[in-house]
Design a protein around this ligand. Structure first.
Ligand code: MCA
Ligand code: AMP
Length: 488
């Protein structure tokens, strides 16, 4: 019988998790996981049911997310910084029976009628009964589209296991590795790769709940001094690490001691890749994926790490580039651009309560269409060159739909029209810029605060520009290219 985290049946005294000064061995973690599952059971919850997890910066958050995956519960991770509009949508869509939190007091009342209880607050119980992988839901992760509210991607235990095992082969990832990261736990990168990846291999995770250059580099240096260490980070974090390492060689030296530096969630500019190598001696491993597909390409631990490329497809899935009619383009033409399509056990089972959205991205043959445009070099390396829709913005590695921000702007009584674009930014990759036409005078700061109340902090426009009119074409459609051109 295959389980997600095989060591849970026979835990040892090896380090499993560390957050700040608190650490847990596998044996201690197994006890706390069992206690958490007993807590859910005492509330009448059975495996297969959805449980909201407030992803607060505490060791307990990791315990809940691990225990629930190990015992067949469906976790719905909730960013504690969600604005009220997003939170309301998510809870109405996922309808978790219960929420759990490390610090219940700080979220009291936020989930409306849904009760929130302490993680692992029950009495000690027997170990978790081994739960076989059955291709049943394990996670609902919310991800933005071009319009409307975020969609809940349902990811199964089989999706997680298959993707993590392909990555283990690509990176020679074993139980001897400690992963260090400072990523949030409500997305694939920090949760599936960071937590579930380390735990599937039987290795350790050092989680830095709030990113700072010093804390992250310090944690890497500490673990790398005694064992194999991989750093998982988004390009914005590598950018900030490099900026500091230019001034403080200790930062570069801490990273130098790692086994692998892995970058993903957004493009790592070739220039940054080369700067990172100069400062740390490491060529970063770049990998590419989506919430719905998990990771689908990566450079290999023993292969070429070519700046500007995201490596070849992982062994074990099918990837092809297709034209506008979703027909494969000539695989031998290294200059042809096509949309990335992927098929395999890693592809999600659909969006929760949204079959139309699922049908729009998965065809009858099981191919998932990513919306990303790419070229494939003669040796199979993939280069991401853009997106089909310019209404998707990647800011600090977070995906933000322009439409969702525009809807929030339009809810402000003084805003008559709104258009949102992503503008290139050396730190964030892209920064969110809003253009508005007003029906009554108001300070741009008031509009920003209004969006901040409704949506997460990373969806807030960095700048709100007031225009007399939005540029529109003959059909009345806003010309975002003209807005973009007005900034350059
Ligand atoms: C932000 N702030 C603002 C505004 N915007 N304040 C005023 N006006 C605004 N418009 C605040 C923020 O809330 C924050 O406040 C402070 O300004 C700094 O913000 P920022 O520059 O954004 O930096 P940061 O908060 O330090 O965040 C940078 C970050 C973060 C740590 C790199 O973007 C991050 O954690 N990214 C990871 C994203 C990720 O995990 N993506 C994975 C998706 P305060 O300091 O008070 O909070 S999964 C995926 O994509 C696929 C599968 C994949 O490939 O991995
Ligand atoms: P998300 O919806 O947050 O899962 O974001 C997925 C998107 O992030 C993909 O469709 C890509 O556009 C982008 N992405 C992830 N990794 C990379 C990468 N290494 N290079 C370029 N884009 C990336």
């Amino acid at each position: 019988m295959e389980t997600l985290f095989p060591w849970l049946d026979a835990p040892t005294d090896r380090l499993a998790l560390r957050v700040g000064e608190r650490s847990l061995s596998q044996r201690e973690l197994a006890v706390l996981c069992a206690r958490h599952v007993a807590t859910l059971g005492a509330r009448g919850l059975a495996p297969g049911e959805r449980v909201g997890v407030w992803t607060q910066p505490a060791l307990e958050t990791l315990i809940a997310l691990l225990a629930q995956a190990a015992a067949g519960y469906v976790s719905v991770p909730i960013d504690p910084k969600l604005g009220e509009r997003e939170l309301g949508h998510m809870l109405a869509n996922a309808t978790p029976r219960l929420c759990v939190a490390a610090d219940v007091a700080s979220v009291t009342g936020r989930a409306g009628a849904i009760e929130t209880v302490d993680i692992a607050s029950g009495p000690d119980r027997a170990p978790i009964a081994p739960w076989p992988i059955r291709d049943e839901p394990a996670l609902v992760l919310y991800t933005s589209g071009t319009t409307g509210s975020p969609k809940g991607a349902v990811i199964t235990d089989r999706n997680i296991a298959s993707d993590l095992d392909m990555l283990a082969r690509a990176w020679a990832w074993t139980g001897d590795d400690t992963v260090v990261h400072a990523l949030p736990l409500f997305h694939v990168h920090g949760l599936v790769l960071g937590l579930y990846g380390s735990m599937r291999r039987g290795g350790a995770l050092r989680w830095v709940p709030r990113f700072s250059v010093e804390d992250l580099a310090g944690a890497v240096g500490e673990h790398a001094a005694t064992g194999l260490t991989m750093l998982f980070a988004v390009p914005t974090m590598y950018h900030r690490l490099c900026e500091e390492a230019e001034r403080a060689p200790a930062i570069g030296n801490a990273l130098r001691a790692a086994r692998l530096l892995v970058s993903g969630s957004a493009p790592l500019p070739a220039r940054e890749h080369q700067r990172l190598e100069r400062l740390t001696g490491h060529r970063a491993i770049e990998r590419y994926g989506l919430t719905e597909t998990l990771i689908i390409t990566s450079s290999r631990h023993d292969g070429e790490r070519r700046p500007g490329f995201v490596g070849p497809p992982l062994d074990g899935l099918e990837l092809r580039l297709v034209d506008d009619a979703r027909q494969p383009i000539d695989p031998d033409d290294a200059t042809a651009i096509g949309e990335v399509a992927v098929r395999g056990a890693n592809v999600f089972s659909g969006y929760l309560n949204n079959d139309d959205a699922t049908r729009a991205v998965v065809d009858a043959d099981g191919w998932f269409y990513t919306g990303d445009l790419a070229m494939r070099a003669a040796d199979g390396q993939i280069k991401i060159v853009g997106r089909r829709s310019t209404d998707i913005i990647k800011c600090g590695g977070f995906k933000v739909g322009a439409g969702e921000v525009e809807e929030a702007l339009l809810e402000h009584p003084a805003v008559a029209e709104a258009a949102v674009i992503g503008e290139p930014d050396p730190d964030l990759g892209e920064r969110i810029i809003a253009f508005v036409v007003l029906r009554s005078p108001v300070e741009p700061a008031a509009i920003e605060n209004h969006v901040a109340r409704l949506l997460s902090p990373h969806k807030r426009p960095r700048e709100v520009r007031v225009l007399d009119a939005l540029p529109r074409n003959a059909m009345g459609k806003v010309q975002k290219s003209a807005l973009r051109a007005s900034r350059s």
